[in-house]
Design a binder for this molecule. Structure first.
Ligand code: PLP
Length: 459
């Protein structure tokens, strides 16, 4: 039999090595190392093509598989939908899109309209286009600036990178789209002037206000923020920050766009990260956990007030002239409905809060034993440890050491993540975003692997 029919491991590895251009990978070293091909997953366990078992602490690599692997219920729902009506896009609707939009909106008081797409970047692009069109239509084109925060990430397209605060992701891809303006990040651990807690939170938000005043409030259409900066270092804003941000947006009539691509769908212990901070957004973008990776789907969710600004049949250009071909795939909303059923039935938001609290305690206890840990940050099952060479000076641990710790965990069969170089030299945070089904046993295993890895780093 042709090895293509049997998926013989060495043939798959050779096909991968010869033809697949992997995401985010420096390929040169992989000319001599076998690529790791993942073949099966159940719960939080995944097996590669060599049969090696791993505990996945990053939900499929990039924090997506919120309900865990092997959910036949979602696969069945997608299959049933696909054989009935797999696709329709454009002006007409589909049953699962209507049903999922309704269920989602029930969980998002104050918001009312869902625009479907197929990736987080696409959802953010939609939001940026909405802001630009609102500016054109309602503000004579003057309110078109979009503010974004240092160390935040909003996606991979040129416009999303224009709103991206991560140096490594942006380098060499310019020139970027004009009128995206950076505001400072809010990492309390590295705050200047000795400010802490709420004082720092309010001050960090006031830094945003300074940028607005510098640019001219009448030119700023939206502020786009992650609720918790994810890949940029698991940065949880201190108390006072979000309250002030909301106040500033209202004061200057700036739309608040919250990028929930990572935090949405239970990651932090609430359905949405913004609920942790009691803030009311105008636009919310969602992707990864919406269908836990069982199908591609994203959503740009807005208030009725935003939607209303596009209803004007006296202007032939007045509606949102946007299309997403794969926003019409019905497998996405079908998977999203089944995914939501599971999160509700198994109380995975509650589990994320409870097990996440235990995770945080264990990481703090580890920090008491392990001086390389400078800071522990996170909410729910979204946690990070910032590694430092010297706790007193907070000098970041050398990136090669951080990556050696991640590789050591992998060798032990535990997959953890690390920040990218948001700020050069600060690629020093290990990230954890396990599936929301995690229990204390899995957390102990993850923390144990990290402790072993850190203890083996050369001093
Ligand atoms: N927004 C945030 C906060 C993200 O972390 C990501 C991806 O990691 C995106 C947007 C982009 O999502 P996608 O990769 O689906 O385009």
């Amino acid at each position: 039999m042709d090895d293509r029919a049997t998926n013989d491991p060495s043939a798959v590895i050779e096909a991968d090595r010869a033809h697949v251009w992997h995401h985010l990978l420096q390929h040169k070293p992989y000319e001599t190392v076998d690529p790791r091909i993942m073949v099966e997953g159940r719960g939080m366990r995944v097996w590669d093509i060599t049969g090696k078992e791993h505990l996945d602490a990053v939900s499929g690599g990039v924090w997506t598989v919120n309900v865990g692997f092997g959910r036949t219920e979602i696969a069945d729902a997608v299959r049933d939908q696909l054989v009935t009506m797999n696709y329709w896009a454009g002006a007409q609707g589909t049953v699962p899109a209507a049903r999922f939009a309704e269920r989602l909106i029930e969980k998002m008081p104050g918001l009312s309209r869902v625009y479907f797409g197929s990736s987080g970047s696409e959802a953010n692009e939609k939001a940026f286009k909405m802001v630009r069109q609102i500016s054109a239509k309602h503000h004579g084109g003057r309110k078109s600036k979009i503010l974004y925060r240092d160390r935040d990430y909003h996606g991979t397209t040129i416009a999303c990178l224009s709103a991206g605060g991560q140096k490594e992701r942006n380098a060499q891809y310019g020139p970027f789209v004009p009128e995206f303006v950076a505001v400072p990040h809010c990492l309390e651990y590295r705050a200047q002037e000795g400010l802490a807690g709420e004082d720092y939170g309010v001050r960090a938000a006031e830094e945003i206000e300074k940028v607005i005043l510098r640019e001219g409030p009448e030119t700023v259409g939206a502020l786009c923020l992650e609720p918790i900066t994810a890949g940029g270092g698991i940065i949880v804003p201190p108390r006072g920050y979000w309250e002030k941000v909301q106040e500033i947006c209202r004061k200057y009539e700036i739309l608040l766009h919250i990028d929930e691509v990572v935090c949405g769908m239970g990651r932090t212990g609430r359905w949405f990260g913004y609920e942790q901070f009691g803030v009311q957004p105008d636009i919310v973008t969602l992707a990864k956990g919406v269908a836990s990776g069982y199908a591609a789907i994203s959503a740009c969710v807005t208030t009725e007030a935003v939607f209303e600004m596009f209803k004007d049949d006296t202007d032939p250009l007045g509606y949102f002239r946007d299309i997403s071909t794969f926003g019409g795939c019905t497998g996405g909303p079908a998977a999203a409905l089944a995914n939501m059923d599971i999160i509700e039935r198994e109380d995975l938001c509650g589990n994320s809060a409870r097990t996440g609290a235990y995770f945080g305690e264990q990481l703090h206890a580890l920090a008491d034993r392990q001086p390389l840990i400078g800071d522990v940050r996170g909410i729910g099952l979204f946690q990070g440890i910032e590694l430092v060479a010297d706790r007193r000076t907070k000098e970041p641990l050398d990136e090669r050491q951080v990556m050696a710790a991640v590789a050591d965990c992998l060798k032990q069969g535990v997959i953890v993540g690390a920040t990218n170089r948001s700020v050069p030299g600060y690629n020093n945070t290990i990230l954890f975003a396990p599936a929301l089904i995690a229990g204390q046993g899995e957390i102990d295993e993850i923390v144990g692997a990290v402790e072993g890895a850190l203890s083996r780093l050369p001093g």
